[in-house]
Design a protein around this ligand. Structure first.
Ligand code: PEP
Length: 250
């Protein structure tokens, strides 16, 4: 089974020229790693040109955000259909930086379901802002999951990818402990199984936050995850190539 790596470039780089260079380096690293499946999340404005120029099967594209409505008076937004038309086959839903800017659990419900209806794959991002001694972060994560999945029909549950990203680790260089991720993966799976039954086992779970080439192999080995969502390291060509390489060797 291939490991999934999502490269979330966020609002980087500044020009298409740099984006193309970064993309070429990521592509090269992915092509050398047969057991890695790479999904690139460039800024939407670069999506069509990057995706249009790519002919292989090794890589896919994910839009960092899209609106749940199909069309209309939503200045500055892009629709899921437009993202698909530009070359994306995945939609990132509820990234913590979108949530910090006001996106709610209810928005994630609408976007996840709209992505499924558009035959795109939603990557539902969840994760607590801080860890609580009494384990309140588990109920926080459960609420995010229940909301995000609320309108997903049982026959489509296995299409959703869940990216667990502890917000307190994002942007740093230290992941949470792989065994804590393992515990969280069991909790995520159980929450989905409680909603949908056995089909919940098929949901793919990714870990994201502070992933580097140094911590990625242990997370893949011990974290009970299908892959990784990578932020700042994915915008550094050399570090990202080292990360992909570290997973393919693990
Ligand atoms: C993210 O924000 O999705 C993320 C994984 O960031 P970083 O890798 O920079 O922690």
């Amino acid at each position: 089974m291939k490991s999934i790596v999502v490269a979330n470039w966020k609002m980087n780089p500044a020009s298409f020229k740099e984006a193309k260079k970064l993309f070429e380096a990521a592509k090269k690293a992915a092509e050398k790693s047969p057991n890695v499946s790479l999904i690139v999340a460039p800024p939407a404005i670069f999506l069509r040109e990057l995706a249009g120029g790519y002919r292989g099967k090794k890589l896919s594209f994910v839009v960092q955000n899209a609106h749940a409505e199909a069309k209309g008076a939503f200045t500055g937004e892009i629709s899921i259909a437009q993202a698909h038309d530009a070359g994306a086959s995945y939609v990132l839903v509820g990234h913590s930086e979108r949530r910090a800017a006001g996106e709610t659990n209810d928005d994630t419900r609408k976007k996840t379901s709209a992505a499924i209806s558009a035959r795109m794959t939603p990557i539902l991002c969840i994760g607590e802002e801080k860890r609580a001694a009494l384990g309140e972060h588990f109920s926080f994560v459960r609420d995010q999951l229940r909301a995000g999945f609320a309108d997903v029909p049982p026959a489509r549950v296995s299409r959703v990818i869940v990216a667990y990203e502890p917000v307190w680790a994002i942007g740093s260089e230290t992941t949470m402990k792989p065994r804590d991720m393992h515990e969280m993966a069991i909790f995520i799976r159980k929450t989905i199984i409680d909603m949908y039954g056995e089909v919940g086992h098929a949901v793919r779970i990714l870990y994201g936050a502070a992933v580097t080439d140094e911590n990625a192999p242990a997370m893949m080995r011990e974290g009970d995850v299908r892959g990784l969502l990578v932020g700042h390291v994915s915008t550094n060509a050399e570090r990202f190539a080292a990360l992909i390489n570290s997973i393919s060797k693990a």
